[in-house]
Design a protein around this ligand. Structure first.
Ligand code: KG4
Length: 340
């Protein structure tokens, strides 16, 4: 039988990535992260698309070389169509069109969020593999999204809860910024939280019905709390940084876990996955493990390289769409906003 070889392209935000997946197995996954944004405290869209333009050809070349395949072995090119920054998405989309035309192979458009969910289906040679069964629940937490997704099949998903304002990663990053940390601040908070007392401070938690999230109130409550404290002691942040990080992180995790537990109870599903950049958070991983013990969940935590934006997850999603014959033509346009 013929191999199915998918080239995946990801350029939705500030990482340029290309990956090759053959018959469901990962052969390469190259990620070029953009450093230019650090100085600005957030991703600058125009700089992001320019960096994608510079990176995309060398990143794809490297992915193909590292996979040890010939270009003419590639069956289809899968690219992130959205959601994301339009200028950034355009670079990947245009590249995919050119590649598809010149190689005479079909194109597959991928929803970035579905990619995060399907990261759990990436197989690697010589690595033991267990796929989550269907239906399962995926807690998708990244810089741009916080959702609970009911995953019925590889390509059949339903969002059953989502943030009505900020994403969890945004809450980490915005609060980190207030404390004077570099962007993105999530990983810094994670590191410092390990040395702090999570019960040192209490911050407001949202009261929202159903399975939805809200994080903008927490950000405001954190900001006002610091402003009050700084009036009395201008070194307050420096002197209490670890406790602040630990308490803030605990609050975010409590909010996330509360609705996830509720979703699991409501649906009766105990097959649980987590995805997206924030799933790298060690406190969240510990909370998920503890809850899994207690509630007999079968828990799936992605390996670090698959938590952040990467093309391996785009390629694996492309593989499943290829099997179903779901292709798209040269008239494809990217979308900044896109639902699962
Ligand atoms: O999925 P992702 O790479 O891309 C976007 O959605 O843009 O997620 C990035 C987000 C950022 O908000 C970052 O601060 C957060 O994931 N993040 C973390 C950790 N690692 C990354 N947040 C908390 N703890 C971490 N260890």
């Amino acid at each position: 039988t013929r191999n199915i070889t998918i080239l995946g392209i990801e350029s939705s935000c500030d990482d340029t990535s290309a990956a090759v997946i053959q018959n469901g197995y990962l052969l390469s996954n190259i990620i070029a992260s953009q450093k230019v944004h650090e100085a600005y405290g957030g991703v600058v869209p125009e700089l992001a698309s320019r960096a994608h333009q510079q990176n995309i050809v060398p990143v794809v070349d490297q992915a193909i070389r590292q996979a040890g395949i010939n270009r003419d072995e590639i069956s289809a090119v899968a690219f992130t169509r959205g959601p994301g920054l339009l200028g950034s998405l355009l670079v990947g989309t245009s590249f995919a069109k050119g590649f598809s035309l010149s190689a005479g192979i079909p194109m597959i458009d991928i929803n970035h969020l579905q990619g995060h969910v399907l990261a759990h289906f990436i197989k690697e040679k010589e690595v033991e593999f267990h796929a989550p069964r269907f239906p399962h629940l995926c807690l998708l937490v990244s810089g741009g999204n916080s959702q609970i997704i009911l995953v019925k099949d590889h390509l059949e998903m339903e969002v059953i809860g989502q943030t009505i304002d900020d994403a969890a990663g945004e809450a980490f990053d915005k609060c980190a910024k207030v404390m004077g940390m570099p962007y993105p601040g999530g990983p810094y908070i994670d590191r410092l939280a390990k040395e702090g007392n999570p019960l040192a401070y209490q911050f407001a938690k949202p009261r929202i019905k159903n399975l939805d999230y809200s994080f903008s109130g927490l950000k405001t409550s954190f900001l006002y709390f610091l402003r009050d404290q700084l009036q009395e002691n201008e070194n307050f942040i420096e002197e209490n940084k670890a406790d602040l990080c630990a308490s803030l992180q605990k609050t975010i995790i409590d909010i996330l876990m509360n609705k996830l537990v509720k979703a699991a109870k409501q649906t009766g599903i105990r097959e649980i996955t987590v995805a997206g950049g924030v799933s790298a958070n060690s406190g969240l991983q510990n909370a998920l493990r503890a809850e899994s013990e207690k509630r007999h969940w079968n828990l799936f935590i992605p390996k670090f390289a698959f938590t952040m934006d990467n093309a391996a997850m785009i390629a694996i999603t492309g593989y499943y769409k290829f099997l179903k014959g779901e292709f798209i033509g040269q008239d494809a346009v990217p979308f900044a906003r896109m639902n699962i």
